[in-house]
Design a protein around this ligand. Structure first.
Ligand code: XMP
Length: 514
């Protein structure tokens, strides 16, 4: 493992991803972890991330000198670089020599371990106030900028390296190469980490954890739960039971995808709970979006727990594990703990006995989203599941503006299926983040179809592009594609006589309409 020591800010996650892109396994540890504990993990190399502090600020994170004397190769970036410099006797001054953003870097030692084979002039991404003016003894200065005399240094004998800039961001044109030079040349690591290794490793870990007991996994139809279930299935086979709650709010074909394709690909035991009526009953007469969301969430938990209870009654108390599709970013953001947490299932609803505790199995807790997709692909899950765009938990229930009824759901399912089909046919799936299709059930407008007047509902198309769903812009789809979707929906879906396009960014609009 390569450890990425996190000095705050968002850089550590990005560095960890870049190390994995170099096919070397990496993990993030907090800078407060004692050096002895870091070394006990037997790291092949350690990377010190950037961070928001000045090395001279009171309470700024420090590092025990022992880290640099353990014989483990270390690469400091930005704050990590300055910390390496000051800890080993170099000089970092608050000179007022600030550099932010794209900066020209002058490589003075082109044959150095980090810079070999890269241009003597390259563009790097800087973000610092303090600057290193003298490298520690035994170090060679390998690069500078117009402002900073020591922008990179190395001590090849001790395997210590540092750069003032951020090689992990794409604006640093040779950043990935320099990181790889550190890993392969500096630290002598063989690039061997692949999704195949992850699967092997996780299968062994799951078997060790679960032993001869049984596990339950809730499937939502989304990528994470499907891949987690497939991985656990591979490890323990028939000891796993998957539960899928069919709330009737899924899109066309999605329930079948789970029922048929997922089972075909994995051979999992699947318990499908048909709760469509129950959800429709609970939603009857409700138009308020927040109330709808609460009802759907509440019913979902009740149905899922009822299914758990039934499995427990059928199979006995050896059902002790609950599989969850938790990803690495969730773990890092919640404090980065190791080991497994014990959770108590919500025993206040659904009538689970008080003393039942599930231990969590979280086979994706080391992975980033794109890695989860690669693992899913390698496990043979269908493309439609692995590459699925985001879809809200409350499903089509929050894409009908107005009351949710069976007829309206069927109508929206048809319209949505047409839009998806045409977007896929036009090759736009990767370009758009998602495209909610919304039924304005309480609005009617006049139209003419055939020889007659119609009085039907509008369908809204809401295609957006986004990086993370926090902000979004409306997608400029080709007119021909929009025209085709509009023609097909108005022709093929009864009671819809108008298709409109939502041209609002987020903010001010949210992606979903409710
Ligand atoms: P909004 O509408 O808030 O949506 O801009 C942002 C992203 O979140 C998805 N979304 C949900 N996902 N449960 C989910 O799992 C929900 O209740 C939920 N509501 C919205 C939405 O599809 C978009 O990707």
């Amino acid at each position: 493992v390569v450890l990425v020591v996190d000095f705050g800010a968002q850089y550590a996650q990005l560095i960890a991803r870049r190390v994995r892109e170099a096919r070397v396994y990496s993990e993030i540890v907090p800078s407060t972890m004692p050096v002895a504990e870091m070394l006990a993990k037997n790291p092949k190399a350690i990377i010190l991330s950037g961070g928001p502090s000045s090395v001279y600020a009171e309470g700024a994170p420090r590092l025990d000198r022992a880290l640099f004397e353990a014989g483990v190769p270390v690469f400091g970036m930005c704050y990590g670089f300055q910390l390496m410099a000051t800890t080993l006797g170099g000089t970092v001054d608050n000179t007022g020599a600030r550099e932010y953003g794209r900066t020209p870097l002058h490589v003075s030692k082109a044959g150095s371990t980090l810079f070999e084979g890269t241009p003597v002039e390259q563009s790097v991404w800087m973000s610092h106030g303090d600057a290193c003016s003298a490298a520690p003894e035994g170090f060679t200065v390998t690069a500078s900028t117009d402002v900073v005399p020591v922008a990179a240094f190395e001590n090849d004998e001790k395997k210590l390296y540092g750069v003032q800039y951020h090689p992990e961001v794409l604006h640093s044109t040779h950043g990935q190469q320099i990181l790889e030079h550190f890993l392969y040349r500096g630290a002598g690591i063989e690039p061997s980490w692949t999704t195949g290794n992850v699967i092997e490793e996780q299968v062994a870990a799951i078997r060790a954890q679960v032993g001869g007991k049984r596990a339950i996994c809730g499937l939502s139809g989304g990528v994470d739960s499907a891949v987690a279930a497939a991985l656990v299935q591979k490890a323990i086979g028939s000891q796993l039971t998957c539960v899928y709650v069919d709330h009737g709010l899924m899109r066309k074909g999605e329930t079948e995808q789970v029922e048929k394709d997922f089972v075909a690909a994995t051979g999992a035991n699947l318990k499908v709970v048909d709760a469509q009526e129950r959800f429709l009953d609970a939603l009857a007469g409700v138009s308020d979006p927040e109330t709808k969301r609460k009802i759907i969430g509440r019913e979902f938990i009740r149905v899922f727990e009822q299914a758990q209870l039934e499995i427990l009654q059928e199979e006995g108390p050896e059902v002790a594990f609950l599989v969850q599709g938790t990803l690495y970013p969730d773990i890092v953001e919640s404090g980065g703990g190791t080991g497994t947490a014990n959770i108590k299932s919500h025993h206040n609803v659904g009538g689970l006995p008080d003393d039942i505790e599930f231990e969590l199995v979280e086979p994706l807790r080391q992975l980033f989203k794109d890695e989860v997709r690669m693992v899913g692909q390698e496990l043979g899950l269908p493309e439609e599941i692995v590459q699925r765009q985001p879809f809200p938990g409350p499903g089509l229930g929050i894409r009908i503006v107005g009351e949710v009824t069976k007829d309206r759901l069927d109508l929206l399912r048809e319209a949505d299926a047409i839009a998806r089909e045409e977007l896929t046919a036009a090759g736009l799936d990767r370009e758009i983040w998602q495209c909610p299709v919304v039924l304005l059930a309480d609005v009617r407008s006049v139209g003419v179809q055939g020889d007659g007047r119609t009085y039907g509902h509008p369908i809204v198309l809401r295609p957006v592009s986004s990086e993370d769903a926090m902000t979004a812009d409306w997608s400029r789809l080709p007119y021909e594609v929009l025209a085709k979707i509009s023609t097909r929906i108005t022709n093929e879906v009864a009671d819809v006589n108008r298709v409109v396009l939502d041209v609002t960014s987020k903010p001010p609009g949210t992606i979903e309409w409710e």
